[in-house]
Design a protein around this ligand. Sequence first.
Ligand SMILES: Nc1ncnc2c1ncn2[C@@H]1O[C@H](COP(=O)(O)OP(=O)(O)O)[C@@H](O)[C@H]1O
Ligand SMILES: [Mg+2]
Length: 292
Amino acid sequence: MASSGIPESPDMMVRFMRSGEIFTPSAPINNQALFAGRVNQLNRIIGAVSQRGQHAILFGERGVGKTSLANVLLKILRGSQEQFKSVIVNCDSEDRFEQLWCKIFLELENTQNLDFEQHQVNPEFIRLRLQRQIVGSAIIIVDEMDRLKTDAYFTAFMADTIKTLSDHSANVTLILVGVANSVEELIAEHLSIERALIQIQMPRMSPDELTEILRKGLDLLSMTMDREVIQSIVFLAQGLPNYVHLLALYASQSAIRTNSSSINVNHLTQAITVRSLILEEKKELSLTRLEI
Ligand SMILES: Nc1ncnc2c1ncn2[C@@H]1O[C@H](COP(=O)(O)OP(=O)(O)O)[C@@H](O)[C@H]1O
Ligand SMILES: [Mg+2]
């Protein structure tokens, strides 16, 4: 039976597509049922949200699961009793302090127009406007801070914003997310905000956490995976969940093509071969482009 190419039956096609919704190497998790591990980090970040005047910084390597944690945090809190406003914004390299807050307020106020030009956008302005806008409480997640071209002015303004929000006990939690050095910069020179800012490091995932990703996904797909395949994927991933998703996606799709609901080592080998071929093709394509 075919182990590569398009699945042969409609039923196989449905399962094939479903595996792509469950194993998502290119997209953060947005569904609590698929979220594995990270109990300690979740507890700490929930602790920060529950304490007025506390804000958090979430930092770690790319692909380690920061955005997924932020998404799932909001889902968990939504399930709890209190209603709150939430905003997630992604930073761009062009953003400066003013543009970043402009994005945040556009979302928060659900508007197309802000009157920012008429004001001096500084930390006090941000605090007053947040306090005016937010009736209950709010969580503002600033993701991909590492994309910003930060300078002394930006870090000083961000630090002062955290400080004034904290000093005035505003009912807002800021969660800053980025790779390590981008957030270190923010704290290093601004010790005054250290108490207001809980630092949460996202290390690579443990083998148990990576195995949990596989188990959750396989359960939802009603598939099984041989023990040696699980061990190989966990070993190959080296603590990075995106690789677990990648290998599980290709291996499960390889099994589905052969109409099997049990993933064995041949499916994994096939997955790695297909993946290498795609990478080779991409390399060749970019070489051809370069040659042109
Ligand atoms: N706790 C988790 N459980 C399951 N999969 C995860 C988890 N954390 C991250 N992933 C997966 O790992 C990959 C990278 O996650 P992402 O949140 O985008 O990382 P980061 O924001 O740190 O770059 C995505 O494929 C995501 O689905
Ligand atoms: Mg991310």
